[in-house]
Design a protein around this ligand. Sequence first.
Ligand code: GLU
Length: 442
Amino acid sequence: MTTVTRFAPSPTGLLHLGNIRTALINWLYARTNNGKFILRIDDTDLERSKDEYISQIKYDLDWLGIDYDETFNQSSRFDRYREQFEKLKADGRIYPCYETPEELERKRKLLIAAGGKQVYDRSAMELTDQQKKDYEAQGRKPHWRFLLKTERMKWDDLLKGEIDIDLTSLSDPVLFREDGVPLYTFSSAVDDIDYGITNVIRGDDHTSNTAVQVEIINALDQNKITFAHHALLKASSGDKLSKRDNVISISSFREANMEPISILSLLATIGTSNSIELKDNIDQIKSEFKLSTISTSPGRIEIDVLNALNKKQVQKYNFSEIEERLKKIDEKIDQKFWETIRGNLNVVEDIKQWTDIVFNSETIKPSDKDYIKIAMELIPDDPWNDETWGQWTSAIKEKTGRKGKELFLPLREAFTGLNHGPEMKLLIQLLGREKIIERVEL
Ligand code: GLU
């Protein structure tokens, strides 16, 4: 049997690191088992789903290199859900309910007050045909619940091991709303059957959904899906991640010019028994993937760690690998420029700050004018090489008696306007003798 996995985001917001981690795990599981990976867009909630989010989801996956063999939107399958619903109805597994949200809420509060299980009491099953007619005559439309019959749902979870859920502690799930819209619990079960999904790997917030969905699947067919529930990632504060947390959205990282491989490396190792480290490429991640290394306790996202991975990747780039990208930032960036500056960059595009410094023609007024004047009198002749800075600063030292920071920092500031940056012995070669003379305003 071919392995088939799926990633099923709801297009109600931007994908964040937690969502993409689930996508990556499913993709890796499919790709390492010679299987298929499907992108399913869970857009049955037509009011909250947005086309722009669907495009963003696809763009994010594409940008990260997570390819899918097939994609579809649940909104295109309403007829199929209706068909399967009718089947369950004919089998006596579905019953209409007429309670309003307020009535349900009141029932819930009473149950809480009585200290019992907060489970729907199935009173709608007792309604006579006449009572149903009366409700409908009042203009009420029913929502439809699925009758759970199993008392305990057990399965062998690929990540969590033996699971045993007491289904009597869960309400009969609503499968269709009063306005005819199918709900996720149902549409997902129908799709998982129809698309031959063999493995559902998702966050452990779905564990009780799984219990219910397995019962629905069994009512329609026979469950053949193996489930795995991973712990959800958390924010560094320990809080739950939210789609509203734009700071961790994939698009925000893209806009910040983060490298896809840094994000993939983080997501492939966070919350696993392996250490977080930068990988060479997605193929390496694939070749190292083992579902069993995924931990059942939640990993915490530390943005500093992601930044450190990115910095490492930037430093790893050879000029030839990113030449085109650099030329788009500034035509004048050459190999020497790149090699001098890359150690100071968090993201490649930050190099713009350095092309501005090296190529602009603005002058700088040094604060330590007398000292800089002496330095400029001692400026070595061309041609400059790796020895020049040492020779020049030795001469300055001899003349002024300065050493250490006192000697070097005013020079750096006078030539670049900054108090930090790449090694001066290299930087002065990028600037060149002429530029330094022009720049220092005495
Ligand atoms: N749309 C659901 C979610 O985003 C999918 C869950 C699943 O079945 O994988 O949580």
